[in-house]
Design a protein around this ligand. Structure first.
Ligand code: HGY
Ligand code: MN
Ligand code: MN
Length: 418
């Protein structure tokens, strides 16, 4: 390999500074972030990212879902670009690195290439996908899902938050509703760096995860309708308690997941109890069941048992039950050549690494349907994420960004290597 390329490294401390700078926008209450999609904080983070891209001479495209595409020219303007990125939006009690590392490491690649005057044949486009988290506007990965043709634009615009605000209106309000038709961009390849959000790499003292697959995900929203009544004067036999139904279904979800140990996972993270008064028996409970597994057949089995068991619980208590699939995707196998580019980069750079199945969903899981795609992962402390205490080290961040850069540049081809 040409010495120029083999000596390429990112500026890890500059990347770390940018991460800390972005983390100041939309602070949480415990050291993390609350920069939810299409809030004013999200708009502020986008503007900072745009200013950094402008400083590198990149041209910004924005599509009708607000996804941002910062283009760094290659020597062949007609060559399909190599895309690299992730998401800047965070969970309400999110960490400083989930998604953000992937976007800012992409920018750091451009900063480093500009500094060392290395030109690639293919242009490189650094991407910020709108609303990866899917907390404010479910489901997760909605903009990359529209890009991959999994959702229509109108359906996405119609998503409502807890206050009844619509995604499309909020996109307009924050000024990030672009003109570009979503999904028209063609990619030579897409790479995403992300923290593992699980314990494996740290536990095995490894620096890099070469992500070969992403596990499948299913979100089922359940609405239980019972009867509101006084918690004091209503005799137990007369109660139709929606909260009790939710509690029993929560237990059922846990049992179903454990029955497919060690890989299956299941939980209920979102729930609304109405009218949510301490002395009224809940008349309604609305909650989302999150099931995940690398094997689609297991997810189907979990869903069948959930449907069967939840109906029995509802009947036993006298509740009306409605169940609706509100998100999900099949297990993903990433592109073999892109995965090899990641693995080769880790080997050439001398980083300890292993193949990994992603436990979390990522924009790459949808983009893999429309372009050759792969992911790089770095460890996170105690495997903790979706928690303000999420933490990584600067060394892990730098290693991940170096592997990302070498995989991207090898795919975008350095001009004088032709
Ligand atoms: O839900 C997920 O896996 C992703 O973190 N949005
Ligand atoms: Mn993420
Ligand atoms: Mn996340």
């Amino acid at each position: 390999m040409d010495s120029t390329r083999s000596n390429m490294r990112v500026n890890g401390s500059r990347l770390w500074q940018s991460l800390m700078e972005m983390a100041k926008i939309g602070p949480g209450i415990a050291g993390g972030n609350n920069r939810q999609t299409l809030t004013d904080f999200d708009a502020e983070g986008r503007a900072l990212f745009q200013s950094w891209c402008d400083a590198e001479g990149m041209t910004m495209g924005v599509d009708a879902m607000g996804s941002m595409f910062a283009r760094h020219e290659g020597t062949d303007p007609n060559a399909l670009p190599v895309y690299v990125g992730s998401h800047l939006d965070t969970q309400p009690t999110g960490g400083k690195y989930d998604g953000v590392l992937g976007v800012l490491a992409g920018l750091e690649i451009i900063r480093s290439l500009n500094e060392s005057n290395i030109r690639t044949k293919h242009p490189i486009v650094v991407t910020n996908w709108t609303n990866e988290e899917g907390t404010r506007f479910p489901p997760a990965m909605v903009a990359s899902g529209v890009f991959a043709g999994m959702h229509t634009l109108d359906w996405a615009y119609d998503r409502e938050d807890a206050d009844g605000k619509k995604l499309g209106d909020e996109l307009e309000r924050v000024g990030w509703k672009g003109e570009e038709k979503v999904g028209e961009r063609k990619m030579h390849a897409f790479f995403e760096l992300h923290i593992e959000q699980g314990p494996i790499l740290e536990a095995e003292n490894l620096e890099i995860g070469v992500v070969t697959h992403g596990q499948g995900l299913s979100w089922t929203q359940i609405t239980l309708t019972g009867k509101e009544s006084h918690t004091g004067s209503t005799p137990m036999p007369m109660r139709v308690n929606a909260g009790l139904g939710m509690a029993r279904i929560t237990q059922l979800v846990d049992e179903i997941a454990w029955s497919h140990a060690p890989l299956a996972v299941g939980a209920i993270g979102h729930c609304v109890v109405e009218p949510n008064s301490r002395n009224i028996i809940p008349g309604k409970a609305i909650f989302t069941v999150d099931f995940r597994h690398p094997d689609k057949a297991i997810i189907s089995d979990m869903l069948e048992r959930l449907e069967q068991g939840a109906k029995e619980i509802a009947e036993d208590i006298g509740l009306v039950i409605e169940m609706e699939s509100v998100g999900g995707f099949d297990p993903v196998e990433f592109d073999a050549d892109c995965v090899s580019a990641v693995r080769n980069a880790a080997e050439q750079l001398g980083y300890s690494h292993r193949d990994l199945v992603s436990g979390a969903g990522h924009d790459a899981c949808w983009i893999n349907r429309v372009a050759p795609t792969a992911m790089v992962m770095c460890p996170c402390v105690d495997g903790l994420s979706h928690n303000e205490a999420e933490e990584i080290s600067e060394a892990w961040s730098t290693a991940g960004a170096n592997v990302l850069m070498h995989a991207v540049v090898a795919t975008a081809i350095i001009d004088d290597e032709e």
